[in-house]
Design a protein around this ligand. Structure first.
Ligand code: ASP
Length: 420
């Protein structure tokens, strides 16, 4: 018992993950029991995470901004991050479309009658854009609208910098203090994650276990293949070239967050653990506290892949052949849709409606994949958070290099001055 207590959190999460799979498979005949009595404890854990995540994003981005003390620097970090996020997401959708096109021949023909799926009203692109800006001071936190929380954090963070260093000192201290307090609270909640992971995953396996072998196995396999490809090719390459880090070291360090994301299917929920992992991997605090919350909200490569794969799958189920220009439209809309996807379970499926509508595919087709969405979601969330972490390592490394270069230049100048 004391051995288990001494185990690092990652080890405990791993044990919980394996146990959840084993117990979930055994409990398949009693799936209802697992859903009624085990899942609620997972929900309690997820609720605690949701509760803490609003203040964490708010104060961590604000503290990131004020610790940079320079709007230009925030712009620079933000610029590199957003370009990386958009580029990798567009690449992800392209990989999704490419591999799904290869799989198209073996996708099962599914009867397309009797399908019904109620498309959510808010799936248009402009409404996603308008929704980014809060119209009320408290609403972003109350509604847990993370894009709005980011806008709020940036606005207030910039204002603190702009009122001048002397005046801003108490505000900076308050932001730092609030950040530490919420981080501590988060750490306390995180200690419960092995229990949370077990209670979330076990009912999923109990009720979906057999379905994996069913007719949707091929499209699931296709999506997982793309997730894997994207991680191995894009993230490994990016981390090794721009982050100066061995990809093996990166993935190993990310394991606790990866396992957590896989079980919880929530990027936002994984944010605290992602902070821990990237800290251990050596990413600087100012970068972590800015790049990760931003990524958990806008960077969803796994979701983009899923949307690309599902678009092809649904089209082929309906016997529709997509043209090249329709594929380009899918790359664009899936990239934007993934930005508007909230980092919570199931959100990517709702945004799939926007992608399908953009190329005139029947939104009802979502019903085809809805039953196994959770299984898609576990993989796409894992990829989503790994992408955020890769950006953190890269931006941190690039800034460090810049700093070293600036110091070397300074040394050289001093050397010249002294020696004449
Ligand atoms: N569950 C995903 C996440 O939190 C979002 C999605 O549904 O695609 O990253």
């Amino acid at each position: 018992m004391s051995r288990i207590k001494k185990l690092p959190l990652a080890g405990k999460i791993f044990i919980a993950l394996v146990l959840a799979i084993v117990v979930g498979l055994i409990m398949q005949p009693w799936a209802d029991f697992a859903t009624d009595y085990i899942k609620p404890f997972g929900t309690i854990f997820l609720n605690l995470i949701k509760f803490i995540v609003g203040p964490i994003v708010l104060f961590s981005i604000m503290s990131g901004v004020v610790s940079l003390r320079d709007i230009g620097k925030v712009g620079k970090i933000g610029g590199i991050t957003v370009v990386y996020y958009f580029f990798t997401t567009a690449l992800a959708t392209t990989i999704g479309l490419g591999v799904a096109n290869l799989f198209k021949g073996i996708f099962p023909a599914i009867a397309t009658s009797n399908l019904s799926y109620e498309a959510p009203e808010k799936a248009s692109f402009m409404s996603v854009v308008v929704d980014i800006f809060p119209s009320n001071f408290l609403a972003p936190i109350v509604n847990a609208n993370m894009l709005q929380v980011i806008v709020m954090a940036l606005l207030i963070g910039f204002a603190v910098i702009l009122i001048g260093e002397e005046k801003a000192e108490p505000a900076i201290q308050f932001i730092e203090l609030a950040n530490s307090v919420f981080m501590k609270a988060m750490e306390m909640i995180l200690n419960l994650s092995p229990i949370g992971v077990f209670c979330l995953l076990c009912p999923v396996i109990a009720s979906n276990g057999a379905m994996i072998i069913g007719s949707l196995a091929k499209v699931l396999l296709c999506a997982y293949l793309c997730y894997f490809l994207h991680a191995v090719v894009v993230y490994s390459g990016a981390v090794a070239t721009f982050g100066s880090m061995n990809p093996m070291k990166f993935f190993k360090g990310m394991l606790p967050a990866i396992m957590f994301a896989f079980s919880s299917a929530s990027s936002v929920g994984t944010l605290p653990l992602n902070m821990e992992c990237t800290k251990k991997l050596g990413a600087s605090r100012e970068v972590r506290s800015f790049v990760l919350p931003l990524g958990a909200t806008i960077n969803m490569d796994g979701t983009a892949i899923y949307q690309g794969v599902c678009a092809i799958f649904i089209a082929s189920c309906y016997g529709i052949n997509l043209t090249i220009s329709q594929m380009v439209t899918i790359v664009l809309t899936a990239t934007l849709a993934s930005v508007g996807t909230a980092g919570v379970p199931g959100a990517g499926m709702i945004m799939l409606a926007m992608v399908l509508t953009s190329v005139g595919l029947p939104v009802d087709g979502i019903a085809l994949v809805a039953g196994v969405d959770r299984i898609f979601d576990m993989g796409r969330t894992t990829l989503n958070i790994t992408g955020d972490a890769s950006a953190t390592i890269i931006v941190s490394n690039l800034l460090n290099k810049n700093k070293t270069l600036a110091m070397e230049n300074k040394d050289e100048q001093i050397h010249k001055e002294v020696l004449g």
